[in-house]
Design a protein around this ligand. Structure first.
Ligand code: ATP
Ligand code: MG
Length: 330
């Protein structure tokens, strides 16, 4: 049975539809098919940007609830918190010795930050982030990692580290993880119509926010900038509201009708967005109800995390023991 692993960083308080279609939905599909799945909340990674204790605790709690409400089934999946399994950090320290500084400087996340300001503002946690992520993956000897397009380079780095390590020890110890990235929805556009939807960019459509918040996010969504009046013919292709309709609206006839009228200039943006809002509430109806239930059951969440931690540790301690033995630390 193939082993699949993925994580979500609690860098913001709530997940968005980009996270769902790009990462969580494919992850759930694996969980429900013939695979062993490990999914975790990568709370250590959040330290690179979140420095406020209360905010971090709140983010972690919310992302755990979101993840579970979206359909992670702790009976089928090993679901855990990264900081509960200290072997992630231990392996990262070892792996850092199998990658060059020059190669780390080529990582997008670091380069993007660098292009925005001086390097004195970049903490070492951010610079080292891909090494910890390689440890997250290699620790479990996984076959595949379902993620969004933005994570491709990090999976490649994990493969490079594994290859370097294997070469040095002259043994195929680490398995090569494959990135699993959806062609169509690996990169959901943000409501600004420009950048990828991101927790940290504030261009999101949430999943579990209050209805008024989601309505506001949808109503302020970028559409076709060249269309001034509702009677102007508009563009449907690459128009964020229609991308979101295609993802969320299960009434395909309605979507086809809205598109046809938009092209002719016989429907206003407001109607298109109001229908999108309705479709969103319908799409996530069960998940939103489940989240309310989970919020009121902290004991259940504790139990799920405890069991996930124990099952993850079974695999993780074995790897660390073997790695220490291989490099001469046992
Ligand atoms: P941040 O702004 O802090 O980076 P994020 O919104 O990008 O947050 P992550 O926690 O980095 O979310 O990513 C969680 C998962 O969701 C990853 O697998 C990532 O590739 C995927 N993902 C994030 N944003 C999108 C998007 N817009 N489209 C598709 N997948 C996405
Ligand atoms: Mg991201």
């Amino acid at each position: 049975m193939k082993r699949i692993l993925s994580g979500i960083t609690p860098s913001g308080s709530k997940l968005h539809i980009g996270n769902y279609f790009g990462a969580v939905k494919p992850q759930i599909d694996f969980q429900d098919s013939d695979h062993q799945t490990l999914y975790f909340v990568s709370d250590l990674h959040a330290l690179t940007t979140v420095k406020d204790k209360t905010i971090l605790e709140d983010n972690i709690r919310n992302v755990i609830l979101d993840y579970l409400a979206l359909g992670i089934d702790p009976e089928k999946t090993i679901f855990f918190r990264q900081s509960d399994v200290s072997e992630h950090s231990e392996l990262a320290i070892v792996l850092a010795n199998y990658i060059s500084f020059a190669q780390m400087q080529r990582m997008h996340a670091y380069k993007d930050k660098l292009s925005k300001g001086a390097d004195v503002n970049i903490n070492m946690g951010l610079f080292n982030y891909p090494i910890l992520m390689a440890a997250d993956i290699l620790l479990y000897q996984v076959d595949g990692v379902p993620v969004g397009e933005d994570q491709r380079q990090h999976i490649e780095l994990a493969r490079d580290i594994a290859e370097n390590f294997n070469k040095v020890i002259k043994q195929e110890y680490f398995k090569m993880p494959q990135p699993i990235i959806s062609k169509d929805i690996g990169k959901v556009i943000g409501t600004d119509g420009k950048r990828k939807m991101s927790k940290s960019l504030g261009n999101i459509i949430g999943i579990f926010d209050d209805e008024e918040v989601i309505k506001k996010q949808i109503m302020s969504c970028y559409t076709d900038p060249n269309r001034i009046k509702a009677t102007d013919p508009g563009k449907v292709e690459a128009n964020p509201v229609f991308i979101f309709h295609d993802l969320l609206n299960q009434n395909k006839e309605e979507v086809a009708d809205l598109k046809a009228r938009y092209l002719k200039g016989t429907v206003g943006d407001v109607e298109v967005k109001e229908k999108l809002f309705k479709a969103h509430l319908e799409y996530f109806k069960e998940e939103r109800a489940l989240r309310k239930k989970l919020e009121n059951d902290p004991e259940l969440i504790k139990k799920i995390l405890e069991s996930g931690k124990n099952r993850a540790k079974e695999i993780a301690t074995k790897t660390i023991r073997e790695v220490y033995e291989i490099v001469g630390l046992s």
